[in-house]
Design a protein around this ligand. Structure first.
Ligand SMILES: [Zn+2]
Length: 237
């Protein structure tokens, strides 16, 4: 039966079309985009956490500097009183000197503190810089993968259009009822609906057809579609 030979050609094209559609859905770059995006999410969270730590250290440093500055102003004020001649009592002068000394001491303590916070912030700043670079690299990688996906999809679409057009012309001579039967079987049989009969073996399920049934298949009129008794696929005799 000639139509069945043609149907084998249609099936070849349908298989190719299925493969291209599967390729479109399972481009390796798609999984990579998912993985890299998850990685970027983790990098972003780490960046935010690090930035918050740095901000806290900078705030503490600023607070200590502000304290030191206030104390310095006070010390300058006390120093002014000490030397402007307004105070002559020895006791009072001594107390002012003591106050000045204490203020300078406190100022020094806050300045040391500010310096400590600054030193603590330095490695955190470096860490943040690294995290920024890492996130930037991931963002670029994802954009690159997405560009690759676009190109790959366009190429596959060209192939797909070609195969679909070929399939259209390949099916033109096949009777509609046979095509209907083929389509139904293809859905049931995982994409392969027609198989060649080689000797006693069906190339669809690779099983030997029992001799009685084989006999009936061979004797069937040439224009009658026969199916494999094992897998129900259409057989090309
Ligand atoms: Zn079979």
């Amino acid at each position: 039966m000639e139509s069945l030979e043609d149907l084998l050609g249609v099936q070849m094209l349908d298989t190719r079309i299925d493969q291209i559609r599967h390729q479109k859905k399972t481009l390796p770059q798609r999984q990579e985009v998912i993985d890299q995006t998850a990685e970027l999410g983790r990098a972003t969270a780490a960046t935010e956490e690090c930035a918050a730590r740095l901000k806290a250290l900078r705030r503490s440093q600023k607070e200590a500097e502000d304290h030191a500055s206030i104390l310095e102003d006070k010390a300058t004020e006390v120093n002014g009183v000490l030397y402007d001649g307004s105070v002559s009592s020895h006791k009072e002068l001594e107390s002012l000197q003591q106050e000045h000394q204490q203020l300078k001491q406190h100022q020094g303590q806050y300045e040391d503190q500010a310096l400590e916070f600054m030193e603590l912030a330095e490695p955190v700043e470096a860490e943040l810089e690294l995290l920024h670079v890492g996130a930037q690299t991931l963002t670029e990688r994802i954009a690159d993968l997405e560009a690759q996906i676009t190109v790959a999809l366009a190429e596959l679409d060209v192939q797909l259009d070609e195969q679909v057009r070929e399939r259209e012309s390949a099916q033109s001579g096949i009777p509609a009822d046979l095509l209907g039967l083929y389509e139904g079987l293809r859905t049931q049989q995982g994409g392969i609906a027609v198989a060649r009969l080689v000797g006693a073996r069906c190339e669809g399920c690779h099983l030997e057809i029992p001799s009685g049934e084989l006999d009936a298949i061979r004797k069937a009129p040439a224009d009658q579609p026969v199916t494999c008794p094992e897998c129900t696929r259409l057989l090309v005799r």
